[in-house]
Ligand binder design. Structure first.
Ligand code: AMP
Length: 292
C-alpha cells in the first residue's frame, strides 16, 4: 500500500494505477462506517484510494477541529487490512499553502439550509476539499456515506454542475447494533451520553412508523413527533425535519410516491457533542442514491 503526503507523490502513485480507481475521502479515525465505504468501493473499482485529511476549512470557530480524533497509524493499518491500494494523507500546509489565494465553490440551494444554517461556511469547505481531492487523485468513482445526507446531495450537485468526470456513489449508513449511526464523534460520548444519543435513531424510527405504517401525510406532525422523541432523550435539537429526498426542499404534504420517498434529517447536541443522522422513508426504489 502506498502512502502519499504530497500532491506530487499522490499523482505519481495514481499514474501507475491501472483499471478503475475509487476514492474514499475521510477525515480519519476510521470506524466500521468508513470500512463499509472502502468495501463498497472495492466492489466498484480495481483499486481503492483513501484520503485521510481533517479539513480545517469545513470547521467553524466553535467546532471541534482541534480535538477531532486523529490516529493515523491505526487508520493506515485498517486501510492495509481492508485491501486499500493507496492512502493520501497530506498535512494542512500541502492542501492550503499559506499566502495562496483561495477559490470558493458553493452550491447555495442545497448547502444553505440545515447544516449550512447551523454551520456557516461548512459546505464551502467540504466542496473545496472534495474538488481538490478529486483533481489530485482523479478517480473514476468516489464513495460517500448517506450518513452525511446533505453532503452527498451537495457533492452530487457540484460534480454534475461542473461536469467533473467521476461517478459519485452514495453508500448506506452503517449503524451500531442498537441503531446509533457509526461516527468518529461517538468516541467523545460518555456512557450516559451514548444512551442519550440513541434518541436520534429513535426519532427517525418514530417518523418511519408514522409515515410508512400510519400513512401520516402532514410534515409538521412528523417533525413534532421527532422533536418530542429527541427531547425525551434530552438532546438539544438543532433540527428535526422531513424534506424532499433530492432537493431537500420543505414539503406541503408528504406524498412519497410522487417524490420517490421522503428524507427525515435530525441534528442535535448531547453534552457538547454534535451528532446528525437521517433516514429515507417510503422509498419505492431504494437504490436511487447510487444512480448518479
Ligand atoms: P468523515 O471521516 O466523518 O468525514 O466521513 C468520511 C466518509 O464516511 C463520508 O462520506 C461519510 O458520510 C462516511 N461515513 C461516516 N459515517 C458513516 C456511517 N456510519 N456509515 C456509512 N458511511 C459513513
Amino acid at each position: 500500500m502506498w502512502i502519499a503526503n504530497t500532491i506530487a507523490q499522490a499523482r505519481q502513485h495514481r499514474g501507475r494505477m491501472t483499471g478503475l480507481v475509487a476514492l474514499v475521502p475521510t477525515m480519519g479515525a476510521l470506524h466500521k462506517g468508513h470500512l463499509w465505504l472502502i468495501e463498497s468501493a472495492r466492489q466498484l473499482a480495481a483499486g481503492v484510494v483513501v484520503s485521510i485529511f481533517v479539513n480545517p476549512i469545513q470547521f467553524g470557530p466553535e467546532d471541534d477541529f482541534d480535538r477531532y480524533p486523529r490516529c493515523l497509524d491505526q487508520d493506515l493499518a485498517a486501510c492495509e487490512r481492508s485491501g486499500v491500494v493507496g492512502v493520501f494523507c497530506p498535512p494542512v500546509a500541502e492542501m492550503y499553502p499559506p499566502g495562496r489565494a483561495a477559490s470558493q465553490l458553493i452550491v447555495p440551494e442545497l448547502a444553505d439550509p440545515l447544516e449550512g444554517e447551523q454551520r456557516p461556511g461548512h459546505f464551502a469547505g467540504v466542496c473545496r476539499v472534495v474538488a481538490k481531492l478529486l483533481n489530485i487523485v482523479q478517480p473514476e468513482v468516489a464513495c460517500f456515506g448517506q450518513k452525511d445526507y446533505q453532503q452527498l446531495r451537495v457533492i452530487e450537485a457540484m460534480v454534475q454542475d461542473l461536469a467533473m468526470p467521476v461517478r459519485v456513489v452514495g453508500v448506506p449508513t452503517v449503524r451500531e447494533e442498537d441503531g446509533l449511526a457509526a461516527s468518529s464523534r461517538n468516541a467523545y460520548l460518555t456512557c450516559p451520553q451514548r444512551r442519550q444519543a440513541l434518541g436520534l435513531y429513535k426519532a427517525l424510527v418514530e417518523a418511519k412508523t408514522l409515515v410508512e405504517t400510519g400513512g401520516e401525510s402532514d410534515p409538521a406532525a412528523v417533525e413534532a413527533a421527532m422533536d418530542r422523541v429527541l427531547r425525551a432523550y434530552r438532546i438539544d435539537v438543532d433540527y428535526a425535519v422531513v424534506r424532499h429526498p433530492r432537493t431537500l426542499a420543505s414539503l406541503q404534504s408528504l406524498e412519497p410516491d410522487r417524490t420517490d420517498g421522503v428524507v427525515t434529517l435530525v441534528a442535535g447536541r448531547v453534552g457538547g457533542v454534535r451528532l446528525i443522522d437521517n433516514m429515507v422513508l417510503a422509498q419505492p426504489s431504494p437504490d436511487w442514491a447510487r444512480q448518479c
